[in-house]
Design a protein around this ligand. Structure first.
Ligand SMILES: C[S@@+](CC[C@H](N)C(=O)[O-])C[C@H]1O[C@@H](n2cnc3c(N)ncnc32)[C@H](O)[C@@H]1O
Ligand SMILES: [Zn+2]
Length: 427
């Protein structure tokens, strides 16, 4: 069959119509690779929607990651009037269901390589939304590898507004296909669960997956988000696009690193937000290094350049973790839907508010942990609140961190941070 490749920019928003070929993929040789945790079949409820996780991989703890995605998808639908989604690793289909019902998606491809999930996915979606036929078709269930699902959309010019890849480990092999299949101005929701790489314990793994050599640093969980965004920045540039992170979310269950990226046309001539992060084990100072400063690496606490106390990680994303005005819109929507003030754990309102603080462009990568600062300076630490107002009084940018409750993000150097903390304690 002759396929005509439609340029992305000419993509129509008509509903999905290309018949999917029957999967040529053999059954996964090792089913446990696709189902590392089995959950007994039992009806569950998320945001009022009842569904059956069956024997699929399902984590209740990922609900916040799904809430954030649904808020983003809904903002996209409201502003562009179109929402066509590929849920590339859908498990039991809970995300597909939520995109359809809560975000009012026009069309969702619910794909999971494991075809024994089919019955559960189909029943979960049918319970709320009729599948529909032809132009009216709202969803389809497929069982191909995620890459293939994306390539198929690209080949027929059926570009997607949102591609959600809820993968295990640091699987970045789908990035290129995702960029090819997403519409310009569309969204990519990426996941990594590789805490070893972000912690700097597998630098050659992170190098292979994201092109970033990661060393241990005290703020490894933020590095994990920056490494993931950085990998996407590099892949986007290769294809002539650039990306901006709309929000980045770390969750300790797993751990899981998630980023929602917007894909834009044109690669940036010079990306000031893609470079290296240093950390000095001697004095605790952290800094950013651009490509043209690589030969100047050193810490001001040491006489010699490139002192042995200094570790360097990167390249990775150096810019803000979130787009503050976008997260504000997410917060407004969460309020509109009554998803705030729920009073359980880190509720959504608190999370989004901290993300808004974190998106201050003056804040460099990383955070100071108050207990680490205290042990370095051999003193107690003042409360976060007192420290924050003291830093602001001194003219520094400061915010809480959504990653760690006793951490502060600031552009204040460690030596000055300790001095301000000491002054606070003496008050
Ligand atoms: C983390 S689970 C998905 C959970 C689901 N998104 C949710 O929110 O509950 C990952 C799923 O990806 C599927 N999977 C693993 N590798 C895949 C691949 N290369 N292509 C498509 N699906 C894959 C597994 O069968 C598993 O159901
Ligand atoms: Zn130093």
């Amino acid at each position: 069959m002759l396929l005509t490749l439609t340029p992305k920019t000419l993509s129509s928003s008509s509903s999905f119509s290309f018949p999917l070929p029957k999967s040529q993929n053999p059954k996964p040789p090792n089913p446990s690779r696709f189902n590392p945790i089995s959950v007994k079949s039992q009806l569950q409820t998320e945001r009022g929607l009842e569904f059956d996780p069956g024997e699929t991989f399902f984590r209740h703890e990922s609900a916040t990651g799904r809430d954030l995605a649904v808020l983003s998808a809904t903002l996209h639908k409201r502003s562009t009037k179109t929402l066509r989604v590929l849920d590339a690793m859908c498990g039991c289909g809970i995300r597909s269901l939520r995109y359809l019902v809560e975000s009012n998606a026009d069309f969702v491809v619910a794909n999971d390589a494991n075809d024994s999930n089919r019955r559960v996915i189909t029943e979960n979606l049918s319970r709320f939304i009729e599948r529909g036929e032809g132009e009216e078709r709202r969803w389809v269930v497929t069982h191909v590898l995620a890459n293939k699902a994306m390539i198929e959309r690209y080949m027929v010019g059926e570009f997607l507004d949102l591609i959600d890849v809820d993968s295990f480990g640091s699987d970045s092999a789908f990035l290129r296909d995702a960029f090819n299949a997403v519409r310009l101005g569309g969204l990519l929701y990426l996941t990594s669960t590789d805490g070893y790489s972000s912690g700097g314990h597998r630098p050659y793994n992170s190098l292979a997956a994201y092109g970033a050599f990661i060393r241990p640093m005290p703020f490894g969980n933020e590095i994990g988000l920056r490494m993931l965004i950085g990998g996407a920045v590099r892949e986007a540039a290769l294809l002539g696009y650039h990306v901006t992170p709309l929000f980045s979310y770390y969750s300790y269950h797993g751990p899981v690193f998630r980023v929602m990226l917007r894909v834009h046309r044109g690669k940036l001539h010079e990306d000031r937000n893609y470079g290296f992060v240093t950390f000095c084990h001697l004095c605790g100072h952290s800094d950013i290094i651009r490509w043209d400063e690589l030969g100047l690496i050193g810490c001001h606490c040491s006489d010699t350049k490139a002192s042995s106390s200094l570790v360097v990680s990167g390249p990775m994303w150096l810019g803000p973790l979130h787009d503050g005005s976008y997260v504000n819109e997410m917060l407004d929507l969460a309020k509109e839907w009554g998803w705030v003030s729920e009073g359980v754990g880190m509720d959504l309102e608190k999370l989004l508010s901290i993300m808004i603080e974190e998106s201050d462009p003056r804040l460099p990568p990383g955070y100071f942990k108050m207990d680490e600062m205290a042990s370095r300076a051999k003193m107690n630490s003042p409360s976060l609140k007192k420290m924050m107002s003291a830093l602001v009084k001194e003219g520094y940018a400061v915010s809480r961190s959504h990653i760690i409750s006793n951490g502060l993000k600031t552009d204040c150097p460690m030596s000055q941070f300790i001095k301000i903390a000491k002054d606070e304690l003496q008050k």
